[in-house]
Design a protein around this ligand. Sequence first.
Ligand code: NAD
Length: 252
Amino acid sequence: MRLENKVCIVTGASSGIGREVALAYAKEGAKVVVSARRLEKLEELVKLDEDLSGEIHAIAVDVSKQEDIEKMVDQTVEKYGRVDILVNNAGILDSYKSAVSITDDIWEKMFKVNVDSVMRASRKVLPLMRKQKSGVILNTASVGGLNGMRGGLAYVATKHAVVGMTKHIGYSYAEEGIRCVGIAPGSVKTEIGENIKEPDMEVLGKLMKGFESFSSTTSPQELAKVYVFLASEDANFINGTTIVVDGGWTAF
Ligand code: NAD
């Protein structure tokens, strides 16, 4: 087992990528604290009849709230005494708004959920990891964090911010045994697009041209294998960078 007894926190674990990462970690022997707003969905995960070598514990957290982030980390430490791996995964889309159609409300919400949460959770766990002299922070970015037309303006801006934070944190604590790595998925089959309201069709039209060059979509289960590798000691020399996992989409 590659993550035996590692204490992990996975945000946005009620569905999609986060859910599968949490399950994969628990199968590798980790003690996984799963967080998201919907506790009932997290409880389903805890009660799953899967063959887990590790365990899963659920905490309701809205990552856009500072107090919830504090609670998530404090309760993890109360229960397990440390944090070895933090996966900053919770994230939302922006209805594909352009620089013309973006509203202040959408912009602010996007930054609270996709960026502030990553900064705050990292700020909270890093002092613990520095004391431990070990730790891994994995940030779910996106190909939209490295390319322009893979989402709306705010989505692309927030994911570029995640890629930037990954570099800064990775470099800052490299000599203290702490790694920070981003994952930039391409298209993954999840719930993320289900609640999009009034998409900006102009942006969507331009964005869909990119899909014409490549239409392959992967599953969150497949992607979770990369998260296991990056959290494990096999990836000890991968730090301060963002790994593209898009099946070749952005190579075009
Ligand atoms: P998803 O909608 O299935 O999962 C998102 C998770 O984040 C859910 O558990 C949701 O409840 C949680 N979440 C959203 N807002 C939250 C909040 N305020 N507080 C706490 N939890 C919150 O979608 P997904 O595709 O699994 O997305 C996970 C991550 O992957 C996101 O950061 C997303 O930007 C990124 N991503 C997804 C794709 C894709 O194609 N699906 C591609 C690139 C990057």
